[in-house]
Design a protein. Structure first.
Ligand SMILES: [Zn+2]
Length: 241
């Protein structure tokens, strides 16, 4: 995976720009979530690239919508045998139908779903979403407190939400930080990476030198963690028994 030489944000869409020895500008929208990468000739500057992206914005948005729709279709059935990641470790789902309150439990390399009979896949996915939020809520308070102190920032509020294309985001004016609920499926180091990234944004808007310096100081192996997050499977594969 090549590393971008610049990062742009165009109308809320994050774009990786790679300057190369090429004649024309190429725009690519990549699965699974519609990441946008631009390969640009060296002679163009960031503003020219930004303009080219703006001109092709409706095409980019169309591609992203299609990819995201395809991603939704590959949603989990929530049946026994499926693989689900919990904190970066693959677990095999076992559904146990019995009366009572539906809930999840981890048992070794198994993720157990206790549920009354007749609960549909969509409801089961909602339950998993809720459980992921609980997992994150267990880890985040300590992590945020510790990192906020270190970075000397005020996180006024944090919340967990579903996001299709971002792992985290923040509002610099209000000090509100958001975490993608799917982070509960990734290694805890990824959660820490996103927390430090977003909290560093409270000090520095862009991804320039000052931002890099902050990350180098507070999370020296941030590049490894970023790659870990990028390469992590999105948990849509089947578990072979
Ligand atoms: Zn950022």
């Amino acid at each position: 995976m090549s590393t971008a030489s610049a990062y742009l944000s165009v109308r809320g869409i994050d774009i990786d720009v790679i300057y190369k020895d090429i004649k024309n500008l190429h725009i690519g929208v990549y699965p699974p979530l519609g990441r946008v990468r631009v390969a640009a000739p060296h002679r163009l500057d960031d503003d020219t690239v930004r303009l080219a992206v703006v001109q092709r914005l409706s095409w980019i948005k169309r591609q992203r919508e299609q990819l995201q729709a395809a991603d939704r279709q590959s949603e989990r059935e929530m049946v026994t045998g499926e693989s689900h990641y919990v904190w970066g470790i693959r677990h095999r789902l076992k559904v146990i139908e019995r009366p009572g309150r539906a809930h999840f439990e981890v048992d070794g390399d198994r993720l157990l779903l206790y549920t009354p009979e007749g609960v549909e896949a969509e409801k089961r996915r909602d339950l998993l979403d809720k459980w992921h939020r609980e997992q994150l809520r267990e880890r985040l308070p300590d992590l945020i407190e510790h990192r906020a102190q270190e970075l000397d920032v005020d996180v006024a509020r944090w919340s967990i939400r579903r996001m299709k294309t971002k792992w985290g985001s923040c509002n610099r004016e209000t000090g509100h930080v958001w975490f993608n609920v799917q982070l509960a499926t990734k290694h805890p180091e990824c959660l820490e990476y996103i927390a430090v990234h977003e909290m560093a944004h409270l000090l520095e808007r862009g991804h320039g030198d000052r931002f890099t310096k902050l990350r180098d100081i507070h999370l020296p192996d941030w590049r490894l963690r970023r790659d870990q997050l990028k390469d992590a499977p999105l948990a849509h594969e089947e578990w072979s028994i």
